[in-house]
Design a protein around this ligand. Sequence first.
Ligand code: ADP
Length: 314
Amino acid sequence: MIEMQNITKYYDNFRALNNFNLKVEKGEILGLLGPNGAGKTTAMRILTCFLPASSGKASVAGFDIFEDSVEVRRRLGYLPETPPLYPEMSVNSYLNFVGEIRELPKSVRKQRIGYVCERIGLDAYKGRVINTLSKGYRQRVGLAQALLHNPEVLILDEPTVGLDPNQIIEIRNLVKDLAQDHTIILSTHILPEVSMTCGRVVIINEGEIAAVDSVQNLEKNATGRPAWKIVLKAPDNFDWQTIVNKAPDAQINDLIQGDASEFKLRLNRSEDFDDLFKVLTKENCIFREITPIKATLEDVFLKITLGEERKENA
Ligand code: ADP
């Protein structure tokens, strides 16, 4: 449904995107994840024909974004980070105006406004002036304008930024619901957003694609050596050196949970934990908690964006 091939974008001499390659299948929700300034908005603006690329090719629903931009725009709905709203207009007249720009015939306009407002939970707010709405509802109006012409593809730039936790959940659920009928690309710098909403994630760093995969695969591949978090109550005369000798990577924090100590162990093989657990049991330590530590998307993200991976691979 969406394809970008070797897209590069320069702002004067500054390269904001470098050789961007991306394929999005019909019905997917793809998350563009990256720190601020990574190039997410630039990629989205190029796809939505708001900004020309310096080089490369891209298409939406089979139409070239440079040669067939009118066809591409017909098939795209775009919610920029700041929705293009006219605050003094009512929701209904604003959507009517958007429908006119989209060249929807009057009868279709009316029907689509009705449908979209119902789908997005704006029915009761159609008569309200936009600047009297909460930020969450203004975001819904932004989504409504992106959806009005029933585009195959929705491109949403940071759709939950600045919303309160309840509004975030509502908008996330809405996006998931919309994915039944639309292919969606959304950008975010918030990790739970992609974990909860997106099937696949593209991690962008300094204008380059650093990783593309499902959240589960990214986490699985980043696990590295097995690690455990252990909380235990040791006898007074317990010699912590015993642990250190068995597990050189153990991080021991003294008595951080009442009378118990918490530490992290990272060993080369899961079997190595067996010896250690035997020692601790023999020394009459009481286990309060043993939890395997899994890599999270956050670990993957930090590793990539802080450049550790590059250093390790160098
Ligand atoms: P993101 O959406 O990931 O925060 P952007 O695509 O907005 O990133 O920006 C990527 C980089 O390009 C940033 O370093 C930003 O400062 C720069 N940039 C964005 N727009 C312009 C512009 N119009 N002129 C010059 N530099 C820009």
